[in-house]
Design a protein around this ligand. Sequence first.
Ligand code: FAD
Length: 548
Amino acid sequence: MQIYTSLKRKELIEKILSVEYDLAVIGGGITGAGIALDAASRGLKTVLIEKNDFASGTSSKSTKLIHGGLRYLKQFEIGLVMGVGRERRIVHRLAPHLVLAEKMLLPFFRGGTFGKFSTSLGLWVYDFLAGVKKEDRRKMLSKKKTLELEPLLPHQTLLGSGLYAEYRTDDARLTIEVMKTAIDHGADCINYLEADEFIYTDNKISGLKIHDVLTGEPYEILSKITVSATGPWVDDLRERNHSKQGKTLHLTKGVHIVVDRDKLPVKHSIYFDVPDGRMIFAIPRENTTYIGTTDTDYFDHKDHVTTNLKDAEYLVKAVNQAFPTVQLTIDDIRSSWAGLRPLINQPGKKTSEISRKDELFFSDTELISIAGGKLTGYRIMSRKVTDRVCKVLKSEYNIASGRCRTKFLKLSGNQFRNSREVRAYVDKVSDQLKGYGMGAAEAGYLVHNYGIQAEEILSNMKSQAGNDFRYNLLMAELRFCIDHEMAVSVADFLVRRTGRLFFNISSVKQYAEPVLNAMARILGWDHARIQEERNRLESEVFDATHFD
Ligand code: FAD
């Protein structure tokens, strides 16, 4: 029986210890989740372990776009743009409720990096490489039309804009849904288990020494093949495997800041250039607009990456240059996040010029590592790794496996054929919520995060006593995330499952204690654990809101 609930964590660990797996995946970001799904759906006995929460690494710290990477065109990365550009539509089809088609605006200015001709040509090439359907292809807009859409852009220097197709998502939720789909296909996936050392038999890796981060308990798991999908930590594991030779990682930090929507009330996602030649996004989401990203070399602690004052000031200045009437200040920032890009070192290149391509590393002891790449390309990267795993299993163990099917495997929560059906379902949920003093905003949130799984949350909400329906809805969502998404800490729920720390931080302050008490009751926490959880959440809130 497959286990999704944190209430059965002990049973899941016992199960994991009793099986010899074909494949052990280290790392529960989007890449690891994608590999677990690909391998399990080909019939391989697969386990995935994550040392923190699922998606707690880079996979909850991105710009949250499923995009072809328009700026890589400038660097002539034609293959990368074509690969991920075409992949966007597939990822959208796998979860149309969670990966939403959205038009983006690319304005150009007098004295800016691009003019009308280069913007038009660049977007045409971008659409062409990605195979965008005729009706969705870029449209060039006059200055007048652009200002009608986005009156905050500078009237004096604006020359016009290009409106083009992209997709946006929630990176952590996408990772979690891929993980749940992997579990549906037979993978055993668990958070808060850390890989410490490799176990070797005849000079090949045959298992892992691990420990439970929540209890400190050490264990060993057995597997024929091991993949490290540990993103920024890939070199640490290669070091432990004594195989860190040749190419290495180059980590760069990327920061996003979040402001109230009325401080930067843009109606579209806008991709604008800044005087240093970089490009920045301003993306509206719920009652906020988020802005990012920076791109600076990073040599510090990988487990604690934060936004500093310089990062925050850079982004505030960028907004004020592109939207001169806005006059944002540091005090307007409500929340922020900082993540690490696990890029592959390219000596002599500037940080922002280093390729975003993925790279596979193979060690003599059969550790397969993967790093680099994009959230958007997770399925292609996973296929590459799983193909290699299957080849080794066939040649060394005569284990046959199927072909990659992930292009056709809908992610959990998806019972929709297209965006129209998603919109109709949002309307239906909105109607249901009206009787409880809520409506379209809550329905959009529920459906875009959970798809059809919103049914269970709604029915749980309706069965609760008490007239504070918003609170009841939150508690129903919490119960769903404990029962189906392995949320084991308050931060798992308020940061990765719901995104509240970033997009609704006042609700984190409002509901932290009720969520803490409910989790303590459901999961049987003692006083020490409650205090530990409280401290952890406070430090997450501190990191998101202080810039030293
Ligand atoms: P991670 O998400 O970091 O996962 C690795 C996991 O391994 C971590 O959760 C970690 O805890 C775990 N781990 C490490 N060591 C161990 C161990 N010993 N035992 C167990 N677990 C371990 N891509 C896009 O397509 N669109 C975007 O808009 C976009 N924006 C970005 C913006 C920024 C600022 C950044 C930094 C990246 C962006 N990307 C974007 C790239 C994308 O986010 C990454 O390529 C992707 O999230 C990497 O996922 P991953 O699974 O490889 O790594």
